[in-house]
Design a protein around this ligand. Sequence first.
Ligand SMILES: NC(=O)c1ccc[n+]([C@@H]2O[C@H](COP(=O)([O-])OP(=O)(O)OC[C@H]3O[C@@H](n4cnc5c(N)ncnc54)[C@H](OP(=O)(O)O)[C@@H]3O)[C@@H](O)[C@H]2O)c1
Length: 283
Amino acid sequence: MKEFTFKDQVAVVTGAGGTLCSVIAKELSERGSKLALLGRSVDKLQPVADEIIAAGGTALVIPTDITDVAAVEKACAEITEELGVCRFLINGAGGNQAVATTSTTVFEKDELFEDKPEEMRGFFDLDMDAVESVIKTNTVGTMLPSQVFGREMARLGRGSILNFASMTSYRPLTRVPAYAAAKAGVINFTQWLSVYLAPAGIRVNAVAPGFFVNDRSRKILMTPDGGLSARGECVMAHTPQREFGEAKDLLGCVCWLLNDDQAKFVTGITVPVDGGFLASTGV
Ligand SMILES: NC(=O)c1ccc[n+]([C@@H]2O[C@H](COP(=O)([O-])OP(=O)(O)OC[C@H]3O[C@@H](n4cnc5c(N)ncnc54)[C@H](OP(=O)(O)O)[C@@H]3O)[C@@H](O)[C@H]2O)c1
């Protein structure tokens, strides 16, 4: 057991079947927490739960769409009943969608014409339903669990919420306007909620991962033979440490931010874990 703070405490992790939060969930279990794993697909969550349980931990799989009020409220009631009141909420569910991205980095006149190249998707072609869905998943999907689980934490008088921002929260990356707006909203909301919930004894912070390869970003950053794509080269050229992150690289920061002893006076901040990407101008 690594630390007393986490022992027997309930940690709710959304996006727990994903690349980053599956590793975070396992780490919190190693530190003694009881885990509630949320995401839409049981197929992604169950292997994480199986690993936690095989290692002697506690994990409850609750298939939940974190943009659905009734589903999140139902999950919260089940968790409170089965494990106890949530002490740590990790809002990890999120991501982008290809249809909400442009294929071009800047305006090209061709996008105005009917006979433009088939694969061309400029800003004027973007599907607003897809844009809305990305904003809903990343921003509302952070606010809603914070509201539902935060209410229980406020009744208890303590708790810690951790949100997931991005490099594109600070300065927008090309091609991802919906995801950028959504993740900018996450930093702003983290600050807002930290102020609002301070009197309730709840701290709210965020981590902003740099570039970590997951199932979606692998197709964007890498070539099929495992090399770097043009975008991958560009990211690498602006990452002073010259590597992509691995999920375990987040653990020190995440566990520190959640820890009420070590980070007792820390709330409303977003910490970049990015190999220097944010500091670099690339020039
Ligand atoms: N990887 C990176 O480089 C990077 C960089 C910056 C920020 N981030 C952020 O860090 C977080 C974790 O990223 P990751 O790389 O681990 O992504 P990932 O592997 O795609 O995992 C994200 C998880 O979120 C779940 N999810 C998506 N929409 C959901 C919804 N409506 N309801 C419930 N669950 C939902 C997905 O599971 P289901 O499809 O089964 O629901 C998926 O397992 C995300 O917020 C991401 O935006 C990642």
